[in-house]
Design a protein around this ligand. Structure first.
Ligand SMILES: C[S@@+](CC[C@H](N)C(=O)[O-])C[C@H]1O[C@@H](n2cnc3c(N)ncnc32)[C@H](O)[C@@H]1O
Length: 267
């Protein structure tokens, strides 16, 4: 919905072009975006939207770089309603969407209801990171673990246990050289200034009500330790992301605060 709102309400040039984000919502969910249009202009809502579009833009920028260096497999971990597979501009890139079966079922229904076809270059891989072996499920779906892969793990890490996070990361770090990962993560409440702790509490209670509570946070130092076996780590906060993607805009679209960060790393 926030990626759709970016297409509909933010001033051009868009940070992240994603017309399918509007189409996939269709008559069932698009009215909700329109109904909450006023709320979407409040500062914290604008900042959250900026974070979400920045992380997708950054992921697809890095993916394009990986493809230019020969990567032919893109694995979206916790794909949700990501629409990249339906906009894939890279002719030799195969996309694997990993998610819980129930989320994938909901997405299938939305795609079908809104006449969005599934391209041949897309394979769905039902996996629950907490209870299933990602490597086995990916192999069964046709993923070639001997060839470099770019992984995106957007909006998922805070919902995981540390054990599920580490076992997935160890699979990625054992991928062939040229493989990479992009993910976002949140800083723990104690690392935030008081006003941001309130914003953090409000978002945490919203996702808890939605049945998917936050449970995993890292400081940048802790994340650097988790990624110790990767190389070329780039860990970006609001300041760096605003400079890269939101400078010289005519609207208020930009990140605020320090809770959310986006990190990439290579094998
Ligand atoms: C906030 S959504 C983010 C979706 C998408 N990556 C994006 O950027 O819009 C979180 C996604 O993680 C998935 N997810 C959460 N926990 C999971 C788990 N244990 N195993 C597999 N997927 C999980 C959810 O089903 C959902 O699709």
């Amino acid at each position: 919905m926030r990626r759709a709102a970016h297409q509909l309400y933010d001033a051009p040039p868009l940070v992240f072009e994603d017309p399918v984000a509007v189409r996939i919502l269709g008559p069932e969910y698009l009215p909700e975006v329109e109904r909450t249009r006023f709320k979407l202009h409040k500062p914290h809502s604008v900042a959250l939207r900026a974070f979400l579009v920045a992380r997708s833009r950054y992921a697809e920028d890095l993916l394009a770089r990986a493809v230019a260096h020969g990567v032919t497999q893109y694995v979206l971990l916790g794909a949700g309603l990501d629409t990249f597979a339906h906009r894939n501009p890279h002719p030799n890139l195969h996309v694997f969407e990993v998610d819980r079966a129930a989320t994938q079922q909901w997405k299938h229904e939305l795609l079908a209801a809104n006449n969005i076809a599934t391209p041949d270059s897309l394979t769905y891989v039902p996996v629950d990171f907490e209870h299933q072996q990602l490597a086995t499920q990916l192999a069964e779906a046709g993923h070639d673990a001997t060839r470099p892969t770019f992984f995106a793990w957007l909006g998922v890490v805070p919902y995981l246990t540390a054990a599920a996070f580490r076992s997935t990361l160890s699979l990625i770090v054992s991928s062939p050289p040229g493989s990479g990962i992009v993910m976002d993560y949140g800083q723990p409440r104690h690392a935030l200034p008081p006003l941001e702790q309130l914003a953090h509490d409000s978002l945490a209670s919203r996702v808890q009500l939605a049945g998917e509570p936050f449970q995993l946070f890292f400081t940048p130092h802790e994340m650097a330790c988790e990624l110790a076996h990767f190389r070329n780590i780039e860990d970006l906060g609001s300041k760096e992301l605003n400079a890269r993607y939101f400078a010289n805009r005519n609207d208020n679209l930009k990140l605020l605060g320090s809770v959310g960060r986006i990190v990439s790393a290579w094998v």
